[in-house]
Design a protein around this ligand. Structure first.
Ligand code: TRP
Length: 326
């Protein structure tokens, strides 16, 4: 039986960090065995908010593709590709745009938030979730692994699929979000890890750089001197221990009693974290030295994506009754 299709997407932010690794990549790597996976690097989406800074776009895409492969995405199982190489996404976006009322888009939470925060008001930005619907539906995806914040976009995708099908006949499935539960990864300042906060630990950096960052990490502010009792449940260092230190339970009582100082505690974390990343980093080094491997993965991914996107667009043009639908 054919495997169910999963489509996932990420904006090309460049080098990926622990938050991306724990929140998305590891999950994708485990899904690729049971599903037909498409991993789309959504460069057009990044233009909706960052159209003025495209000088390093190609590099950001490449860095991300390296992290994908280093983390264990296998190009034989999973099509890794760049959105702008599959022009059919744009055609489907255009056709979908006819079906979506502008006030409906203006109510999408991410639009309302970012519009204020970043002062965005473009036609393209308003259409962001319509383009996302095209990304998903062009592969007739059944599941979309996303975080909570993306649920309104998946809901809109389902509405578009329903509306299309009701006008033109059954072409699209109604995809479902596959919510991934994962711990929020704290950055070195204690806030959520994010490239834009400049508090991230990347896959690509060296173990030495990681150690320096960990040693600078924000800790429980009530523990000032070694000997002061700590509050591990409020400490981002302890949160990372829970992921990267096998016997992290042993840290809790000695931090709590004051026996373990923050410096020592961070040294243990840095060692364990670097150990956990060792294989991924080694693979990444290998890819940096052999960029042709990455290029060919992106080419084969684009080929697979292209084939499926072409098939769907044939169905779509035929269903609507457009010319060129043979
Ligand atoms: N909006 C998604 C995000 O910000 C990125 C994205 C674009 C996406 N197209 C997609 C995610 C398709 C899943 C499926 O994370």
């Amino acid at each position: 039986m054919a495997k169910d299709v999963i489509l996932s997407g990420m904006q090309p932010t460049g080098k990926l960090h622990l938050g991306n690794l724990e929140g998305a990549l590891k999950n994708w790597v485990s899904l690729q065995n049971d599903y037909q996976m498409y991993c789309c690097i959504v460069d057009w989406h990044s233009l909706t908010s960052d159209y003025a800074h495209t000088g390093d776009l190609k590099e950001r895409i490449f860095e991300m593709a390296m992290d994908y492969l280093a983390s264990g995405l296998n190009p034989e199982k999973c099509a890794i590709f760049v959105q702008s190489q599959i022009k059919e996404h744009a055609e489907l976006h255009l056709l979908f745009s006819m079906l979506v009322p502008v006030p409906r888009l203006a109510r999408v939470p991410s639009f309302k938030e970012k519009r204020k925060e970043l002062g965005l008001d473009s036609y393209g930005f308003l259409g962001y979730p319509v383009l996302q619907a095209a990304d998903i539906l062009i592969y007739k995806a059944k599941y979309v692994p996303v975080g909570q914040d993306q649920l309104p976009h998946i809901e809109l995708t389902r509405e578009i699929a329903r509306k299309f099908n009701s006008f033109y006949g059954d072409v699209f499935p109604e995809p479902e979000a596959k919510l991934t539960k994962f711990p929020v990864i704290p950055g070195i300042d204690g806030r959520k890890m994010s490239k834009s906060y400049n508090n991230d630990i990347t896959i690509a950096e060296s173990p030495e750089e990681t150690t320096v960052k960990i040693m600078k990490m924000y800790t429980d502010p009530k523990k000032i001197y070694k000997g002061d009792p700590g509050h591990p449940e409020e400490c981002p260092v302890y949160l990372l221990h829970q992921i990267y230190t096998l016997d992290y339970e042993k840290i809790y009582p000695v931090c709590h009693s004051g026996e373990l100082g923050c410096v020592e505690c961070k040294k243990i974390l840095a060692k364990n974290l670097n150990k956990a990343l060792e294989l991924i980093r080694a693979k990444r080094k290998e890819l940096e030295e052999n960029p042709e491997i990455v290029k060919s993965a992106l080419e084969s991914g684009a080929k697979k994506a292209q084939k499926k996107a072409k098939e769907t667009m044939k169905d779509v043009r035929k269903a609507i009754g457009l010319c060129g639908a043979s």
